[in-house]
Design a protein around this ligand. Structure first.
Ligand code: NDP
Length: 287
């Protein structure tokens, strides 16, 4: 716990990360572009730095939790030389390409670089269910693992800094499409007088139960044989009734129509008797 850490960016997430470090007894320096955000952390025992330069030189490990890739460069470019020899853990959300670019920038300045994708919301930091995906310097990951573990379960995905953000976005893709499906369902039943609150009470356990299907789809995809028995066929899953019922309610069919289009492309190519997992092939080969 004697690793000196600096957190740059005290938004909702940066403040949560810094708080976990201070509570664990790490000497923690904090900095934020706009004033006032450090006060609560100073109350817990953190030290507020007046400038990003002072913040960087106070630490072995510099954590950046800013808005986006542009803000990372805006804050770090002027202090690049001060970062040399230290470790940068960038948990700002960036695209894989942006993470690789920042990793290259760090390497050019002699900075050990670890990119992190946070799979949690601020109040979950340090609590069960929080995980953070990392890629970049394995040496940095191993050296500072106890510190990283304070935030949640730490997972490492290799030296390519772009892998953690790719994995992060892939998980978010699953989340957003599920959320959109839930909201579509809520819109379908609205005319029947069912509130979204009431619908959510049934949708949550239903969707949780359905996550049990993911492993089966994955086995089929990895096996590369969509004809293995026991699957629900693409013909069976046409979604025609769902699309028609949505249209009859006078609501948009975009959400369910998107899935139907992926199904129909495979059916049209002659794979109607094969399993639903085959829409993976529609996704892999865009039209
Ligand atoms: P906030 O909007 O609460 O905070 C943004 C922070 O970035 C503030 O400290 C802000 O400083 C700073 N900032 C923005 N632009 C600049 C700039 N040009 N120069 C210096 N500082 C800048 O966001 P969060 O804390 O919620 O998120 C931070 C990062 O964590 C984001 O990349 C986000 O995607 C990621 N994340 C957040 C999650 C969440 O649930 N909140 C979940 C997973 C990842 P100032 O106060 O001066 O505006």
């Amino acid at each position: 716990t004697n690793t000196k850490v600096t957190v740059l960016g005290l938004g909702a997430m940066g403040a949560a990360l810094a708080s976990a470090l201070v509570r664990a007894g790490h000497p923690t320096t904090v900095w934020n572009r706009s004033p006032g955000k450090a006060d609560a952390l100073v109350g817990l025992g953190a030290t507020a730095a007046d400038s990003a330069a002072d913040a960087v030189t106070a630490a072995d490990v510099v954590v950046a939790c800013l808005l986006d890739a542009a803000s990372v460069h805006e804050v770090l470019d002027p202090v690049a030389d001060l970062l040399t020899g230290r470790t940068l853990v960038n948990v700002t959300t960036t695209t894989p390409e942006q993470s690789r670019e920042i990793a290259g920038w760090a390497a050019a300045h002699g900075v050990a670089y670890l990119d992190g994708g946070i799979m949690a919301v601020p109040h979950m930091i340090g609590q069960p269910g929080s995980s953070i995906l990392y890629s970049g310097s394995q040496a940095a990951f191993e050296q500072y693992r106890p510190l990283l573990d304070l935030w949640g379960e730490s997972a490492y995905f290799g030296e390519d800094a772009g892998t953690a953000p790719l994995y992060d976005l892939a998980l978010l893709a699953g989340m957003y499409v599920m959320f959109a499906g839930f909201l579509h369902g809520a819109a379908m039943v609205a005319d029947a007088g069912v509130s979204a609150t009431e619908f959510a009470k049934r949708a949550a356990p239903w969707l949780s139960a359905m996550t049990g299907e993911l492993a089966g789809f994955a086995t089929v995809v990895d096996g590369g044989d969509y004809t293995v028995p026991g699957q629900q066929s693409l013909e069976f899953s046409d979604l025609g009734d769902m699309v028609d019922a949505s249209a009859a309610q006078g609501i948009s069919t975009e959400v369910v129509g998107m899935v139907q289009a992926l199904i129909r492309r495979q059916v049209d190519a002659g794979h109607g008797k094969e399993g639903f997992a085959r829409i993976y092939e529609s996704i892999k080969q865009p039209v």
